[in-house]
Write a protein that binds this ligand. Structure first.
Ligand SMILES: [Zn+2]
Length: 313
């Protein structure tokens, strides 16, 4: 009998599924459906189970063929337990146990934070998987995950890897982060910060950007073409990422930094700028740690979730 695992990535809008054939983790089916918005304490689980049956039927298999299910969810998790998930209206729930109630006893279930799991997915997406990784997602939010010796790092209470809330700036500011602090990486590198900094500089400097149609892509494209306002803003992002990485390097000492998220679509241009700044801030031999662009993008969550459970069966 063929054996499989599922990786599932639960987001605020969509749920993504990947079906993987053991032992080589060949991805045989992907599927996406909308996240139910009402009664999420129960509806999300029934939607997941319905979707599993749909995918199983399409592949002529049943739950008997499934050995494990890994799940990525958008909130801090510790040992499958969620204190509070503001994105999903989940409170004080053991997510694995909830899902297991709908499944035959032989199926193992494991759950962790989506960015942390994406870090695992990205680390496994290279021809030779990396075992120690710091992964950044740069976008509207800035987050990430830490993999040490092939294992995700949740920390004592599930906040391990919340790298968007490293304090990297002491510049005076009125802007308070969602965590209640000021100067967090997310507040100086996220999309909002990019647009805010462009508008601020454009008050006194000429720019080729149309301030009424600002997108991250426009800002990076303008920077590549030499627009000085855009270049300063992009350079600022790169330096703060580099400063945070230089600190993480002397704590985690990863093999590699992987940069993902919407802002990483700027590609090698951004990566090169980060590396230049990183070399100025890094200590000891950590200045040699390479930066790579993420490979799996939106699939990293369910790929990582599948690898998370594969390790446990
Ligand atoms: Zn913060």
């Amino acid at each position: 009998m063929l054996n499989y695992v599922y990786g599932i990535d639960i987001g605020g809008t969509n749920i993504k599924f990947g079906l993987f054939l053991l032992p080589d983790m060949e991805m045989v089916h992907t599927y996406e459906t909308q996240t139910p918005m009402a009664n999420q304490e129960t509806s999300l689980f029934t939607k997941v189970i319905e979707s599993l049956h749909t995918i199983n039927n399409a592949n002529n298999i049943s739950l008997l063929n499934i050995l494990g299910i890994g799940m990525a969810i958008p909130c801090p998790v510790k040992n499958d337990y969620v204190e509070q998930c503001s994105n999903l209206n989940w409170n004080h729930m053991n997510i694995s146990n909830m899902l297991k109630e709908f499944l035959p006893a032989h199926i193992k279930v494991s759950v962790s934070n989506d960015a942390t799991i994406a870090a695992l997915g990205e680390s496994q997406s290279f021809d030779i998987p990396y075992k120690s990784v710091v992964f950044y997602t740069l976008g509207t939010g800035v987050g990430g995950g830490i993999i040490i010796d092939g294992k995700i790092h949740e920390g004592y209470s599930g906040f391990g890897g919340e790298i968007g809330h490293m304090k990297v700036s002491n510049e005076p500011t009125e802007i308070i982060c969602g965590c209640g602090s000021k100067g967090c990486l997310e507040q100086v590198c996220g999309t909002a910060a990019i647009f805010r900094n462009v508008r601020e500089l454009a008050k006194t400097e000429k720019t080729s950007l149309n301030l009424n149609e600002l997108t991250v892509k426009n800002v990076f494209d303008a920077a590549k073409s030499g627009d000085s306002v855009s270049l300063k803003v992009v350079n600022n992002v790169a330096e703060y990422v580099a400063i945070s990485a230089s600190v993480l390097a002397v704590v985690v000492d990863p093999e590699v930094f992987i940069i993902g998220g919407g802002i990483s679509k700027a590609g090698d241009f951004l990566l090169n700028l980060i590396e230049q700044h990183y070399k100025n801030h890094a200590r000891f031999s950590t200045y040699n740690i390479p930066f790579l662009l993420a490979k799996s993008g939106n699939n990293a969550g369910f790929i990582g979730a599948a690898y998370l459970i594969k390790e446990k069966i």
